[in-house]
Ligand binder design. Structure first.
Ligand SMILES: [Zn+2]
Length: 306
C-alpha cells in the first residue's frame, strides 16, 4: 500500500507554518546559504541537541517514563523505533544518530517545527517521533505541520524550485540537488516533482520484486506530481507498477537505471501523449521520472546553426 499523506495542510494552516519557518530562517540569517545551516537555525531558536550517546533506546524509555505523559508515549516506543524526540520543557532535541545524515537533518528541523509552532508546545510537553509519526498511516495535523516546517526551512521556500528550474528536467537533477540542500534523494525527488514549473511526476517505488505469474513488479511508495502535470493528467494513483503497465518497460530490471524511454500517457480528455520516462534504482527505492515531451520541445529546443 502506498504511504499515507504526510504533508497536506489547508491553505491557512500552511500559511501559518510557512510564516514560522520564514521567521526561523530570518533569525538565523540563513536565506541563500545551502545547505541550510541547521545548527544555526537550532541555536537561533535556543534549541539544544542532546549528545548522540544519550540516544539509547533503553535510556530513552527510562527518560520517557520520567515524564508526565509517559503511558501513551512508552506504549508508542514499544511498537516503533524512535528517531527523534523534542522536549519542550528542556528545549532539547534527541536524534538517533545511526540514521543517515540527511535524515538526521530533516529530523532536527521537524523537531524544531514542534518547537516553533506555539500550538504544538502548548499542547504537548514532549514530542516523540518514530516511523509511525514521521511516515504515518494515521498522520495527525501536528506531524504534517512539523514536516512542512522542515520542508520549508530545508528547501528555503521556493529556493529549491528556482534552482531546479535552471537545471535540466531529468532524474539527475533532483539527485544532484539533494546534496546541495543536504536532503535525502527521496525528499529531493519529492520536492522536485511537487514544485516543478513544468509538467512532470516522480514515482517512488519499492525495490523491484518478481512473481511467477506476472514477472517483475514494484509497489508504489509515493507519487508526487507538479501542478501542471495534475492539470493535464489525472493524479496518478497506481499502487503498483507491473510489466503490463505503460511504465512497466521503464522498471530497471537487472540494471541500475533505465535511460529516457518513450511511453504514452493518457490525459484527462482521453488523449494519448508522448512522454519520456527514466528510472534509477537507489537500492532502497526505484525513482521514476515522467514528463510529456510536447511541453519540453515547446519550451527548450533551440537548433544551433552550424
Ligand atoms: Zn513530530
Amino acid at each position: 500500500m502506498a504511504k499515507a499523506d504526510d504533508s497536506s495542510l489547508d491553505p491557512e494552516e500552511l500559511r501559518a507554518v510557512q510564516a514560522a519557518a520564514r521567521r526561523a530562517l530570518d533569525r538565523a540569517s540563513a536565506w541563500g546559504i545551502y545547505p541550510t545551516p541547521t545548527a544555526v537555525i537550532l541555536e537561533a531558536a535556543s534549541l539544544k541537541v542532546a549528545p548522540a550517546s544519550a540516544f539509547d533506546p533503553r535510556r530513552i524509555t527510562d527518560y520517557l517514563l520520567g515524564k508526565a505523559e509517559s503511558a501513551a508515549v512508552a506504549l508508542k516506543s514499544a511498537i516503533a523505533k524512535v528517531f527523534g524526540i523534542y522536549d519542550a520543557g528542556e528545549q532539547l532535541i534527541h536524534i538517533d544518530d545511526t540514521v543517515h545524515k540527511s535524515k538526521q537533518n530533516f529530523l532536527k528541523l521537524h523537531e524544531a517545527g514542534h518547537h516553533e509552532l506555539p500550538s504544538h508546545r502548548s499542547a504537548f510537553r514532549l514530542f516523540h517521533d518514530c516511523e509511525k509519526t514521521l511516515d504515518p498511516t494515521i498522520s495527525d495535523l501536528f506531524e504534517r505541520e512539523a514536516n512542512n516546517f522542515a520542508r520549508f526551512v530545508l528547501f528555503q521556500g521556493d529556493g529549491y524550485a528556482s534552482m531546479a528550474a535552471d537545471h535540466k528536467l531529468e532524474l539527475k537533477t533532483p539527485m544532484k540537488l539533494a546534496g546541495k540542500f543536504g536532503a535525502s534523494v527521496y525528499a529531493s525527488c519529492r520536492e522536485f516533482a511537487r514544485t516543478h514549473h513544468r509538467a512532470c511526476a516522480v514515482y517512488v517505488l519499492e525495490p523491484v520484486t518478481y512473481c511467477e505469474k506476472t514477472g517483475a513488479r514494484a509497489k508504489v511508495r509515493r507519487i508526487e506530481a507538479s501542478p501542471d502535470y495534475l492539470r493535464q493528467f489525472r493524479r496518478p494513483d497506481e499502487t503498483e507498477i507491473t510489466l503490463d503497465h505503460s511504465l512497466g518497460r521503464v522498471l530497471p530490471v537487472g540494471r541500475k537505471m533505465t535511460r529516457p524511454t518513450t511511453v504514452s500517457i493518457t490525459d484527462r480528455n482521453g488523449q494519448a501523449h508522448e512522454c519520456v520516462a527514466e528510472a534509477f534504482d537507489t537500492t532502497f527505492n526505484v525513482l521514476l521520472l515522467i514528463y510529456p515531451v510536447k511541453a519540453l520541445t515547446a519550451v527548450t529546443v533551440i537548433i544551433p546553426s552550424r
